[in-house]
Design a protein. Structure first.
Length: 95
């Protein structure tokens, strides 16, 4: 597999920054993504839409909180692993 073209990556990044620079209403631009993110948890807790809307919303909120707590656990473990790896790296001998 070949490595990505650095010019293509830089051009894409520049285009993304240009697009955001020209976005006056960031909240409006992100609203569809936010709705989709919230809907993900509602589908997770009630895939057949059988719950009352207020119960589905409550359960979805708990599912979202669990998701973020699990992400925090993974982040903590990754940081701990990096710290452990840094401590076991051989030093350059300079004191």
């Amino acid at each position: 597999m070949s490595s990505p073209n650095p010019d293509k990556s830089l051009a894409a990044s520049a285009a993304a920054h240009r697009s955001w620079a020209n976005t006056e209403d960031v909240a409006a631009r992100l609203a569809p993504a936010h709705r989709a993110f919230e809907a993900r948890f509602e589908r997770q807790v009630d895939p057949d839409s059988r719950m009352r809307p207020e119960d589905r919303a409550r359960c979805a909120e708990h599912a979202k909180r669990a998701y973020f707590r699990e992400m925090a656990i993974r982040s903590n473990r990754a940081r701990a692993a990096r710290r452990a790896a840094a401590q076991t790296e051989p030093s350059d001998g300079a004191a």
